[in-house]
Design a protein around this ligand. Structure first.
Ligand code: PXG
Length: 459
């Protein structure tokens, strides 16, 4: 190892167990077996403290779009830290990095979005949307419009508002969430909820969208501020909605005067083959939350794009009492600018649409013939496969069998990071993945499925 202070794997596991409380982790179970220690990375490849090379099929946590080891981002951040490591954007101040990053972001945003508010994470972005949408309706003289409608199994972050907007039952159960004024409707999960009832994807897409109409009517349009959804639900299992879904959602929001919020934290910055998932699905939202790919994770950042319709109204408010110490942090903006420069120069977004996306999609689809696979799906470079107990009937494994987690663990042994969401195995590799790395990814996934099948037969 190259680090001066490098200690053994066992040492890192011991100090980690003694002092580090991990997010989303059963600490007792983790400490009984010890954390995996990731020490460095290049391109799409991670290296652990035992020297294993692992293909990162998840781009870190869906964020390292331009891949690891991009020296120009490192240099841009270093230069910024030398020049101006920090200044705030509160008291009528700005700085070159934040102004230039805002300009560069709005240049790739949809036409009708020309302002960006900066936050430190996706959770903070969604908390911002929640507040600004309510302020918008106050200013419009409709203070009753406070309610947010979101979706079961959506993920919008881990702050109180983020977790409440999210539709994760396990998160709600642990801390008395959601807060008041938020309700959840069905997700457009065809494989899980439409297919078993014999609906075509298009029929099911319309049905899922109309659940929004029913919920607005139940609450009363005069009480509803906004609907929020991820263009493709990420943490909920890469739920790619049927083509009929989003246009119908947009129609319903427009007819009933409900703000439409796209949470682009995962789908933004090229993941679906356009700059934003909203373009892929043909919608023009009023707000878009962003984070992750915005800086490829080199420095934390988040933000919210505001439509002209929204800023025209918010501009009449006087001061809006909302902001974060790290709104527009100079180092994050410098990282983001360098990240966008790479995306433009290397044509990453059109490449996902035209080359690498189709290449991985074609290879990923070959896994559909595997006896354990009930469906494969992928848009751009975000996809999933569904594990099933019986391919002919599509019958799922029992939850207790924990087959998804076992598959994920086998994948890591085979040098591939996939993420398990129940029995859906999901991938979202860095946008810089090459065709030969796509081959390698799918080869490792197939080997993993074969080993899982052998294990299940032996049991
Ligand atoms: N919106 C979406 C769509 C997300 O995916 C957030 C908001 C919150 O972002 P921050 O930066 O506050 O984490 C996310 C985050 C997983 C996983 O296991 C996914 C996320 C975070 C942690 C774990 O897939 N997404």
């Amino acid at each position: 190892m190259q680090f001066d202070n490098f200690r053994s794997t066992a040492d890192y596991q011991a100090i980690d167990a003694a002092h580090h409380w991990h997010p989303f982790t059963d600490m007792k179970a983790l400490n009984a077996k010890g954390s995996r220690v990731i020490v460095r990375a290049r391109g799409v490849w991670l290296e652990d403290s035992d020297g294993n090379r692992i293909l990162d099929g998840m781009s870190g946590l869906w964020n390292v779009a331009v891949g690891y080891g991009r020296q120009e981002i490192v240099d841009a951040v270093a230069r910024q830290l030398e020049t101006l490591p920090y200044y705030n954007t509160f008291f009528q101040c700005t700085h070159p990095a934040v102004a230039e990053f805002a300009e560069a972001l709005c240049a790739v945003a949809p036409e009708h979005m020309n302002r960006v508010f900066f936050a430190g994470s996706g959770s903070e972005a969604n908390d911002t949307v929640f507040r600004l949408a309510r302020i918008y309706w106050d200013l419009k003289g409709k203070p009753g419009k406070k309610h947010f409608i979101a979706r079961r199994n959506g993920y919008h972050g881990s702050t109180v508002v983020g977790a409440s907007l999210g539709g994760m039952g396990a998160m709600h159960g642990q801390s008395g969430l959601p807060i008041e004024g938020i309700s959840h409707i069905a997700q457009p999960y065809w494989f899980g909820e439409g297919r078993p009832r014999g609906l075509s994807p298009d029929e099911f897409g319309l049905e899922a969208a109309r659940a929004l109409e029913a919920e607005i009517d139940r609450i009363g349009a005069d009480n509803v501020a906004a609907f929020i959804g991820e263009p493709i639900q990420g943490a909920g299992g890469v739920v790619i909605p049927p083509a009929t879904y989003w246009p119908e959602v947009q129609r319903i929001c427009r007819e009933r005067d409900i703000l439409l919020v796209a949470d682009e934290v995962i789908c933004g910055f090229g993941r679906t083959g356009n700059w934003f998932g909203s373009e892929t699905f043909g919608i023009e939202p009023d707000f878009m939350s962003i984070a992750k790919g915005m800086t490829s994770g080199y420095i934390p950042a988040g933000g919210v794009f505001l439509s002209d319709r929204v800023t025209d109204v918010l501009a009449t408010a006087g001061e809006i009492f909302h902001g974060y110490t790290y709104s527009g942090h100079p180092a994050a903006c410098a990282a983001g600018l360098a990240n966008l420069a790479i995306m433009h120069r290397e044509n990453l977004v059109p490449q996902v649409a035209e080359t690498t996306g189709p290449a991985l999609q074609a290879r990923w689809a070959t896994l559909a013939d595997h006896p354990l696979v009930g469906e494969t799906r992928m848009t751009g470079l975000i996809g999933a496969l569904e594990l099933v107990a019986d391919k002919a009937t599509g019958t799922r494994f029992s939850a207790e069998a924990d087959v998804g987690s076992r598959c994920r663990d086998l994948a890591v042994k085979n040098g591939l990071v996939m993420r398990a969401v129940g029995d859906s195995l999901v991938i979202a590799p860095p946008l810089v993945i090459t065709e030969s790395e796509c081959d390698e990814l799918v080869k490792r996934a197939r080997r993993t499925l074969d080993e899982l099948a052998a294990e299940l037969r032996a049991a």
